[in-house]
Design a protein around this ligand. Structure first.
Ligand SMILES: Cc1ncc(C[n+]2csc(CCOP(=O)(O)OP(=O)(O)O)c2C)c(N)n1
Ligand code: SF4
Ligand SMILES: [Mg+2]
Length: 310
């Protein structure tokens, strides 16, 4: 589905002047999200870089209602707000078509907010949950989360002589959400504007719970130059590390299949968090990462084939 046409006259809903780092991924993502609907939007946000950098009292970068809640309950708060709205509509006290969006980082979604997210999806609230996944707890100093990929150096999975960054693979949260059998689940990332806006548009057009997992590069946490955000995001897709796909009512669609997937080294060498992996003695770790990526991709292809069988 194409994104709704925007005119330059339409008011910007996430404005400049916020304190996110130059080159941060999530301001791009927010522009993609807001350009995908003309309906009023209510935002509920977990604690994290996005909230901290955009709501420094007495300033706010938000031109829409914005509710900050605790780190772990963005989905629960949003479901409460959406429930109240439904009640007001029933009573004839509200007639706008409002979209409810809960946002959390990977720490606030993959880890600490998972039960709250699971509950809101299971109760079938009419809301969109977006995680901007920068693969660590960035706001508090780059600690590993269950979204951090194997081998990445973080302050709680440091690369040294014995251990070479995070020792576990990342959790596949997108598939956990697919298992909730909700109407719409998708993965996207900031470099693919058309992909992201199509997915936000589709999510806004569907009634019920929706989930979008958006890979969102982080300049200091990943260790790349601020001019390289789009390149890094693109390479995550070209290497099959972060496939662009969607699952609509249980049917998988891979939105982009690289003609020839690039080797993961091409992605690793762009970022300081993986610098230690490029040493010859860590070749085996890189091979294991590659094997894991290829295995996940194969699983995804099979799911697409299986769910599209007539
Ligand atoms: C219950 C609770 N524990 C810890 C914190 C401290 N804290 C605030 S933001 C944050 C990290 C958030 O990580 P993530 O959700 O990935 O968002 P990011 O900062 O990466 O954007 C932490 C640990 C908190 N606010 N509340
Ligand atoms: S630390 Fe990372 S996620 Fe946080 S504002 Fe900076 S670039 Fe964005
Ligand atoms: Mg994070």
């Amino acid at each position: 589905m194409a994104a709704p046409k925007q005119s330059a006259k339409e008011p910007v809903k996430f404005i400049g002047g916020h304190r996110a780092c130059a080159g941060c991924g999530f301001p791009i993502l927010l522009k993609q999200m807001f350009s995908s609907t003309k309906d009023p939007v209510v935002i509920v946000s977990a604690t994290g870089c996005l909230e901290v950098t955009s709501t420094i009292f007495p300033f706010s970068a938000w031109k829409v209602p914005f509710m900050h809640n605790a780190f772990e309950n963005s989905a629960a708060t949003c479901s409460g707000v959406e429930g109240a709205y439904r009640s007001l509509k029933k009573q004839g006290k509200e007639n706008q078509n409002i979209k409810f969006v809960a946002i959390g980082g990977d720490g606030g979604t993959y880890d600490i907010g998972l039960q709250s997210l699971s509950g809101a999806m299971e109760r079938r609230h009419d809301m969109l949950y977006i995680t901007y996944n920068n693969e660590a707890y960035m706001n508090t100093g780059i600690q590993r989360s269950s979204a951090t990929i194997m081998g990445a150096h973080t302050t709680t999975s440091p690369a040294g002589k014995v251990v070479h960054g995070k020792t576990q693979n990342s959790k596949n949260l997108t598939e956990i959400l697919v298992a909730h059998e909700i109407p719409y689940v998708a993965q996207t990332t900031v470099a693919f504007w058309q992909d992201a806006t199509s997915k936000f548009s589709k999510a806004f057009s569907i009634e019920g719970p929706k989930f979008i997992n958006a890979l969102s590069p982080c300049v200091p946490g990943w260790g790349y130059h601020m001019s390289q955000t789009v390149k890094v995001s693109k390479m995550a897709v070209e290497t099959n590390l972060w496939p662009l796909y969607e699952v609509e009512n249980g049917v998988y669609k891979i939105n982009y299949k690289p003609k020839e997937r690039m080797g993961i080294e091409e992605y690793l060498k762009l970022q300081a968090r993986f610098a230690h992996l490029l040493k010859p003695e860590n070749k085996e770790i890189v091979e294991n990462i590659q094997k894991f990526i290829d295995w996940r991709w194969e699983q995804l292809l099979k799911k697409e084939e299986m769910t599209n069988k007539k």
